[in-house]
Design a protein around this ligand. Structure first.
Ligand code: MG
Length: 385
């Protein structure tokens, strides 16, 4: 690894792991975190979870797994440019979506509604629950026993009520301090990755048209640059040459502005990072351009009637499953059943939410068919589910 900046997270300043373990041989503590995440069950399931398009819509669309890999790639490149801890940032990026339900945001929103009377469902908090308690792999502890800084990065947001239950890790949400720069960067590379790959998937699916995107300044500008360099370029190559320029522009802007903020605020140590205002950010001009792109995607892709129709059906699957398990926990597999039957109604609901959140898209649909029969009307003629 290159020499780290003095404000990067290092093992020596880390608050370490909840359960003490012997130090790893021939690799660092954050490498060990990254390795544990890659070997986890929740990580493998990301392959079959929706980003925007349901997993079996097509083989070329992003899933949560490929999205997470793209976030890790962007994060590492930016971390290296800024002298930050690449191994920590890679671990955070690979784990950032572990807590997502099947069916993307529609699934998560519906599960939150189901859980309203029982403390709600937050996917960031769920990612933390997975690495802290739900993974069952090690003899000595539940979860993956990750480093404090990895867990801090995974918990991007958290409601004040839940923050109070998280001890040291929740403190920054109460005291309103910042997390490490590594955590701040992953927040932005997540958005950078999906804003670009959703353009690509939107065009590939035919839900977006190239001409529509000319109304978006950053796309139009990068397309013009690509066409000036490669006159006559068209089709998939034009799309890719445009998107790679957008990613490049965003990454360079983020690096430049963040570096300027660090210098201007006189940040010299990790404690300075915690105490400062948010340091990782785009320039004002780039923030505006990115906002325009995201608004475009929201209006034209995420709210496209075909995506909305898929989302409605996905919500029904989640709501039906939750209601069925609540009414009869006997429908759950043994270990989840034991948890659901051993405590209060709240414990039962949480055990069910954990089970549903862990499902892949296709497993949720299979389970829905098992409980509600084939004639559930979920295979609509739009081919989205
Ligand atoms: Mg993400």
């Amino acid at each position: 690894m290159e020499k780290l900046a003095p404000y990067a997270v290092t093992e020596s300043v880390s608050r370490g792991r909840c359960h003490t373990e012997p130090p790893p041989r021939e690799r660092g503590e954050f490498q060990r975190d990254r390795d544990r995440i890659i070997h986890s069950t929740a990580f493998r399931r990301l392959e079959y979870k929706t980003q925007v398009f349901i997993n079996h819509e097509g083989d070329l669309f992003r899933t949560r797994l490929t999205h997470s890999l793209e976030v890790a790639q962007l994060s590492r490149s930016i971390a290296r440019a800024l002298g930050l801890n690449e191994e920590l940032i890679e671990a955070v990026a690979l784990a950032h979506d572990l807590g997502h339900t099947p069916f993307g945001h529609a699934g998560q929103d519906e599960l939150n509604i189901c859980m309203e009377a029982f403390g709600g469902f937050e996917h960031n908090l769920q990612s933390l629950r997975i690495v802290d308690t739900l993974e069952e792999r090690y003899a000595a502890f539940d979860g993956l026993n990750l480093m404090f800084d990895t867990r801090e990065g995974i918990l991007k947001h958290c409601s004040p009520a839940n923050a109070h239950t998280l001890g040291e890790l929740g403190r920054r949400f109460i005291e309103k301090t910042r997390p490490s720069l590594e955590a701040q960067i992953v927040n932005l590379t997540d958005e950078m990755a999906y804003s670009n790959h959703d353009v690509d998937d939107g065009l590939r699916s035919g839900l977006l048209r190239l001409e529509q995107l000319d109304a978006v300044a950053i796309f139009a500008q990068c397309r013009r640059e690509a066409e000036a360099r490669w006159p006559g370029l068209a089709g998939r190559r034009l799309v890719h040459e445009t998107i790679r320029r957008m990613i490049d522009a965003l990454a360079l802007d983020l690096i430049t502005q963040t570096r300027a903020n660090i210098a201007q605020k006189g940040v010299e140590t990790l404690d300075d990072v915690y105490a400062a205002q948010t340091l990782a950010e785009y320039s004002g001009e780039m923030r505006q351009k990115l906002r325009e792109l995201k608004t475009f995607l929201f209006d034209n892709l995420y709210r496209h009637e075909r995506v909305l129709s898929m989302s409605d059906k996905a919500r029904r699957v989640i709501a039906d499953l939750f209601a069925a398990y609540m009414a009869d926990p006997g429908l759950l597999p043994p270990q989840h059943r034991a948890r659901a039957q051993s405590g209060s109604d709240s414990d039962k609901a949480r055990a069910i939410a954990d089970y549903i959140a862990g499902m892949t898209d296709r497993y949720a649909m299979k389970e829905h068919r098992r409980l509600h029969g084939e004639a559930d009307g979920l295979r609509g003629d739009n081919g989205l589910l």
